[in-house]
Design a protein. Structure first.
Length: 163
């Protein structure tokens, strides 16, 4: 097997060179196009936290070979892939957006939404505990027949000479 690599005797004695040849021969190379397609298709799933989504993007980007564009492409994928489309639009309008800013803003937005939901739940439970049913005295009552007659407006369609 070693002779099939075409190494000289000095190269055969160098462990790093031999290891590289074995890895080149046996390790399956990643399909960069497929890896990038997986990365570019990734969106935040229903019920998935922002942190889980971001971690998945970092994991998917490992084999994409993006080089210096790595952080910008993760930033862009977060912006277009988050479930909150209103936040996505706001982030797209920020021309000075960095990966750090995006991560900070989407995490903060998620925390605030969770807090708002808890407040709404607590307020709703509090209101229901105080007044589960409307009291009868606050229900709208129909006016009596005398009151209805007082609210009758004159008929402006009558002819002027009729009374």
């Amino acid at each position: 097997m070693l002779s099939g690599f075409g190494l000289s005797e000095t190269e055969q004695d160098d462990f790093d060179i031999v290891l590289k040849k074995f890895n080149d021969h046996f390790v399956v190379k990643k399909n960069t196009i497929f890896e990038r397609a997986q990365f570019n298709k990734r969106v935040q799933l229903d019920g998935e936290s922002v942190n889980t989504f971001i971690t998945a993007l970092y994991t998917l980007s490992e084999h994409c070979g993006y080089g210096v564009l790595h952080d910008e492409l993760i930033r862009d994928r977060i912006v277009v892939g988050i479930r909150d489309k209103n936040l996505s639009e706001k982030l797209e309008l920020d021309s000075d957006l960095t990966l750090t800013k995006v991560i900070e803003r989407v995490r903060l937005s998620e925390v605030v939404k969770e807090q708002q939901e808890k407040l709404i739940e607590k307020d709703s439970a509090f209101v229901n505990a105080i007044s589960p049913n409307k009291p009868a005295k606050f229900l709208k009552q129909k006016p009596s027949s005398g009151a209805r007659k007082q609210n009758v407006k004159p008929d402006f369609h009558r002819k002027n000479n009729e009374n």
